[in-house]
Ligand binder design. Structure first.
Ligand code: PFF
Length: 459
C-alpha cells in the first residue's frame, strides 16, 4: 500500500474535543477501582486531601509540561523530545514513557477483561450473594483460568485496536465523547441509590471528614503515586495527546479542567461506593479486590430483590468498562504514534503490530495467577510487579526528568511562548505559577515518591 504525499498527523477536532479525549484518558479504572480502594485502605478524607494537594503540585504541572512539549514538537513521546533537544539524551525520557505505557496497558487490559466478564456475571445474576467467600471464589475462578484470562485480554486488545485504527478524532475522540456522558449518568444513578440507603451518612463522613491522625508517610507516598497514575502523566501519553491539540488550545486552562473533572468523577465514585459499604457493614479496606469481591456483596445487599441487585451490579461494571476504555486508548496510542512517526507505517499497520506485541507482553500479568503463579519478582507476582514497576518507578522517573527538562533545559522563553500561545492568551500569571512549580517544587516531591516507593526512605 502506498499513500500519496506525506502522512497527515491526527488532530483532535477542537478545543472541546481535546479536553474530552484528555479527560477520557485521566478517567479510568483509577477512579472506580484504585482511588476508592486506596481511600478505603488509607483512612478516607485525610488521604483525599493529600491526594488533591499532590495532584496540584505534581500531576497538574507534569500534565501541562507534557502537553506543551507535545504540541510544540508535534511528534510522539520520543520524537518530541528529540525534536526539541536534538543530539541530547532527553529522548530517553520518552523511551521510558513508551515502555511504561506498554507495561501499564499489559495489566490494564487484563483488568478490563475481568470487568467485561463481570458485566455478564452481574446481569445474569450469577454473583448475587452477600457472602464474600462466594464472590472471592468466583473471582478466583476467573483469574486462575489461563485461557479465559488470555481470551479476555485478546478481546479487549482487538476492540481497542479497532478504535485506534479509526483515527485520533474519528476513533479515540468520538468514542470518548460517547462514553463520558454514559459514565456520568450511571455514576449518578448509583451514587443516588447509595446515598439514600439508611446509614449512608457514615460513608460520607469517612469520605469528607478528615481524621489527620490517619496520615503517615506511607499514605502521603501512596497519594502522590496515585496523582501520577490518575492524570496519566509521566509516560508520554500526554505528550502524544498534546501533539494532537489544536494551536488555539489554552493548555493550562484545559489541564485544570481535566484535573477537576477527573477529581469530580473520583469523588462521585467514592460517594457511589462508601455510603453503601458503610450501610451494609462491609470491609472498606479490602484493597484491590474491593471492586471484584466486595462490591458484588454490596450490590447484593440492596433492597428490591435479586433483579434490582443484578441491574445495579451490572451497571457498576458497565461504568467501569466505559471509564477504562478512554484510558486504555490513550495508552495504546503511545506506541502506535511512535511507530507511525518513526517507521512510516500506516496507522492500521502500527496498531496491529502494537496489539500483537501487547498480547505477548500482556500474557505475563494475565497468567500471573495461573501458569506463571510461581514466578515472582522481588516477592511480587507478575501482575503486581508490572503495576509496581510502572506506577512506582517508571512514571515518577519520567515525570521527574520531564520537569527537569522543562524547567532547566527548555527554559522559560520557550515555555512562555508555548503556553501563552505566542502571547495571544491572557494567562501569563498562571503560566508563570505552573512553570515555577514544575521547575522547583514538583521535582523534589517526585524524588521523594520515587525513593519512598523504592523503600529507600523507609516508607
Ligand atoms: N488515568 C488512568 C486511570 O486513572 O485509570 C490510568 C492511566 C491511563 C494511566 C493512561 C496512565 C496512562 F497513560
Amino acid at each position: 500500500m502506498t499513500s500519496a504525499g506525506p502522512r497527515v498527523r491526527g488532530r483532535f477536532t477542537g478545543t472541546l474535543g481535546a479536553v474530552a479525549a484528555t479527560l477520557g484518558s485521566a478517567v479510568g479504572l483509577g477512579n472506580i477501582w484504585k482511588f476508592p480502594y486506596m481511600t478505603g485502605e488509607s483512612g478516607g478524607a485525610a488521604f483525599i486531601i493529600v491526594y488533591v494537594i499532590a495532584t496540584f503540585l505534581i500531576g497538574l504541572p507534569v500534565m501541562i509540561s507534557e502537553h506543551v512539549i507535545g504540541r510544540t514538537a508535534r511528534s510522539d513521546a520520543i520524537g518530541s523530545l528529540r525534536k526539541l533537544a536534538p543530539k541530547e539524551p532527553w529522548w530517553l525520557i520518552g523511551t521510558a514513557g513508551v515502555i511504561a505505557a506498554f507495561l501499564i496497558i499489559a495489566f490494564y487490559t487484563e483488568v478490563i477483561g475481568w470487568v467485561l466478564i463481570y458485566i455478564v456475571k452481574a446481569f445474569s445474576g450469577q454473583i448475587v450473594t452477600t457472602d464474600p467467600s462466594v464472590t472471592g471464589a468466583a473471582f478466583g475462578s476467573v483469574i486462575s483460568n489461563p485461557w479465559l484470562a488470555l481470551g479476555l485480554q485478546w478481546v479487549v486488545l482487538a476492540g481497542l485496536m479497532a478504535i485506534i485504527i479509526a483515527g485520533v478524532s474519528r476513533g479515540i475522540e468520538a468514542m470518548v465523547k460517547r462514553l463520558l456522558p454514559i459514565l456520568f449518568v450511571i455514576l449518578l444513578i448509583i451514587a443516588i441509590r447509595s446515598l439514600t440507603l439508611p446509614g449512608a451518612s457514615a460513608g460520607l463522613e469517612f469520605l469528607f471528614k478528615p481524621d489527620l491522625s490517619k496520615l503517615s508517610f506511607g499514605v502521603v507516598l501512596a497519594a502522590m503515586g496515585l496523582a501520577f497514575f490518575k492524570l496519566s502523566v509521566g509516560m508520554g501519553t500526554m505528550i502524544t495527546y498534546g501533539s494532537y491539540y489544536p494551536e488555539e488550545q489554552d493548555i493550562p486552562k484545559s489541564a485544570v479542567r481535566v484535573m477537576l473533572g477527573d477529581l469530580f468523577v473520583s469523588l462521585l465514585a467514592g460517594v457511589a461506593i462508601f455510603p453503601a459499604v458503610f450501610a451494609f457493614g462491609v470491609e472498606k479496606a479490602a484493597g484491590p479486590s474491593l471492586m471484584f469481591i466486595t462490591m458484588p456483596t454490596v450490590f447484593s445487599s440492596l433492597p428490591g430483590g435479586p433483579v434490582v441487585q443484578s441491574i445495579f451490579m451490572g451497571l457498576f461494571f458497565v461504568l467501569a468498562a466505559c471509564a477504562a476504555t478512554g484510558a486504555a486508548l490513550s495508552l495504546f496510542e503511545v506506541p502506535v504514534a511512535f511507530l507511525e512517526d518513526h517507521t512510516g507505517w500506516s496507522r492500521k499497520r502500527a496498531a496491529i503490530v502494537t496489539a500483537v506485541a501487547l498480547a505477548v507482553a500482556g500474557a505475563f500479568p494475565a497468567l500471573a495467577e495461573s501458569w506463571l503463579s510461581g514466578v515472582k519478582i522481588g516477592g511480587l507476582n507478575l501482575f503486581d510487579a508490572f503495576d509496581f514497576a510502572s506506577s512506582n518507578i517508571l512514571l515518577p522517573v519520567g515525570g521527574l526528568f520531564l520537569c527537569i527538562f522543562l524547567g532547566w533545559r527548555w527554559g522559560w522563553p520557550q515555555v512562555k511562548e508555548g503556553l501563552t500561545n505566542k502571547g495571544s492568551l491572557d494567562n501569563q500569571g498562571m503560566v508563570r505559577f505552573f512553570y515555577g512549580v514544575a521547575k522547583l517544587i514538583s521535582p523534589v516531591l517526585i524524588l521523594v515518591v520515587l525513593l519512598g516507593g523504592l523503600g529507600v526512605l523507609g516508607g
